[in-house]
Write a protein that binds this ligand. Structure first.
Ligand code: GNR
Ligand code: NI
Length: 171
């Protein structure tokens, strides 16, 4: 069990595109366990490897309802296969953008392919928070944050608020 430090904006790690995983070895399994520990500790419903400074296409999520049994998901090399034409607007947050929330509009449904922890290719289709979280996490693997979907004005406002938050935390 290892909890890693989560990178916060404007850390350049969050703007970097990540490389596909070529072999699922003990290091990748350990990385996903550490990411789940870090995500649950935060707490959050998803975490992408670059948020802890690892530039690999690895995501963990748990979108189970509060009070339900934990449902950890480990997604390696996730790829979007299809998105719906209909859109949905959801209030998003991000562990790398502490305490800031904003409405983001995205496709309502998504279908993805990914490798599970045994290297088996799987497909997953969903809507609701599952769909939003998958899209948010795959964005991270391409160096994209939810704030990149906002107007420059809103993004700059959030940047300033996070800078202020960091000062408050340091003091
Ligand atoms: O914990 C998280 N909650 C959340 C809420 C709405 C939309 C997306 C998310 S993902 C976020 C965790 C995170 O930053 N993952 O990258
Ligand atoms: Ni995020």
């Amino acid at each position: 069990m290892a909890i890693h430090e989560i990178r916060l904006i404007p850390d350049p790690a969050l703007k970097q595109a990540c490389q596909p995983v070529s072999e699922i070895d003990d290091g990748i399994l350990r990385l996903m366990d550490d990411m789940l520990d870090t995500m649950y500790d935060a707490p959050g419903i998803g975490l992408a490897a670059p948020q802890i400074g690892v530039f690999k296409r690895v995501v963990v999520m748990d979108v189970a309802e509060k009070g339900a049994d934990p449902a950890p998901m480990r997604l390696i090399n996730p790829e979007i296969l299809w998105t719906s034409e209909d859109l949905v607007t959801t209030q998003e947050g991000c562990l790398s953008v502490p305490e800031q929330y904003a409405d983001v509009t995205r496709p309502a449904q998504v279908r993805i392919a990914y490798l599970d922890e045994t290297g088996t290719r799987r497909e997953l289709e969903g809507d609701g928070i599952l769909s939003v979280c998958i899209q948010h996490e795959i964005d991270h693997l391409d160096g994209v944050l939810f704030t990149d979907h906002l107007s420059t004005l809103k993004r700059n406002m959030i940047m300033r608020k996070v800078a202020k938050w960091k000062k408050g935390r340091a003091a």
